[in-house]
Write a protein that binds this ligand. Structure first.
Ligand SMILES: NC(=O)c1ccc[n+]([C@@H]2O[C@H](COP(=O)([O-])OP(=O)(O)OC[C@H]3O[C@@H](n4cnc5c(N)ncnc54)[C@H](O)[C@@H]3O)[C@@H](O)[C@H]2O)c1
Length: 249
């Protein structure tokens, strides 16, 4: 039987693209998302590539739902080899003092607490089974400061901290934990964000040395490399995939 991956936020964007790319490598997928329609779509697409896939509905900000997606995956597939800890939201793009406390709580709940809960339950299974590989989704906003994303940046800098510190504790148990820091990538979330903030799209593209946004397929390729044994000696890294964007800051 092939390897087994859990992907959160797999109903759209980077998560869906990565599910399809991993399926090409013969990896079976637990598709986790709060959006049932998108999640089921990913399951169908993945299954067409000849691997097994299940959809598990979960809001990653709720720890009992996170525990459930981990339990259900182990029940169905017997193990977890790879974890793409990816579900996230961007927020409204308002300046911090105009951002409501409710929005701050929501972004932190999904992007940071959701990622922590996920690692807590998944890494427990991996360490007991002798190891595994995790990729966390940070962002350019996790490695530099930017306006309009203060809370989002707090969560993504947090993702970087989790990534580095988990390695200090569990590399000896066979765990690899890396993060990706994508720049603006053309997924539904970004399209929506830029539709509401058109000036930011103009600014973003002009500020990227390669003068274009990234594609979900490019990100999926990187995540697949990091998750699999091809990256066996890469641990605790934060890999930027942003057309040179943060390099020039
Ligand atoms: N697209 C970009 O430009 C970009 C850049 C840097 C980082 N990121 C990060 O990449 C990750 C994926 O974003 P994307 O661009 O693919 O966006 P997307 O909106 O296309 O996909 C995100 C998925 O996460 C799911 N989701 C949202 N809240 C959830 C919750 N509480 N529980 C479970 N699932 C939930 C959504 O339903 C959706 O299917 C996010 O963490 C985002 O912050 C994206």
């Amino acid at each position: 039987m092939g390897k087994v991956a859990i992907i959160t936020g797999a109903g759209s964007g980077l998560g869906q693209s990565t599910a399809l790319r991993l399926a090409e490598e013969g990896v079976n997928i637990s598709v986790v998302d709060v959006n049932e329609k998108g999640g089921q779509e990913t399951v169908e697409l993945v299954k067409k590539q000849g691997v097994d896939a299940i959809f598990i509905k979960a809001d990653v900000s709720k720890q009992e739902e996170v525990k459930n997606y981990v339990d259900k995956t182990v029940e169905h597939f017997g193990t977890i080899d790879y974890f793409f800890n990816n579900a996230g939201i961007s927020g409204s793009g308002k300046y911090f003092l105009d951002t409501s406390i409710e929005e701050i709580d929501k972004i932190v709940g999904i992007n940071l607490m959701g990622a922590l809960y996920g690692i807590h339950y998944v890494a427990d299974v991996m360490v007991k089974n002798g190891g595994g590989s995790i990729v966390n989704t940070a962002s350019s906003a996790g490695v530099i400061g930017q306006d309009s994303v203060v809370t989002y940046a707090a969560t993504k800098h947090g993702i970087v901290g989790i990534t580095k510190s988990m390695v200090a504790e569990y590399a000896k148990d066979g765990l690899r934990v890396n993060a990706i820091a994508p720049g603006p990538t053309e997924t539904p979330m970004v399209k929506e964000f830029y539709a509401a903030n058109p000036k930011m799209k103009e600014n973003a593209t002009s500020g990227i040395p390669q003068k274009r946004l990234g594609t979900p397929e490019e990100v999926a390729e990187l995540v697949t490399f990091l998750l699999t044994s091809k990256a066996e000696y890469i641990n605790g890294e934060v890999i930027r995939i942003d057309g040179g964007f943060t390099n020039t800051k």
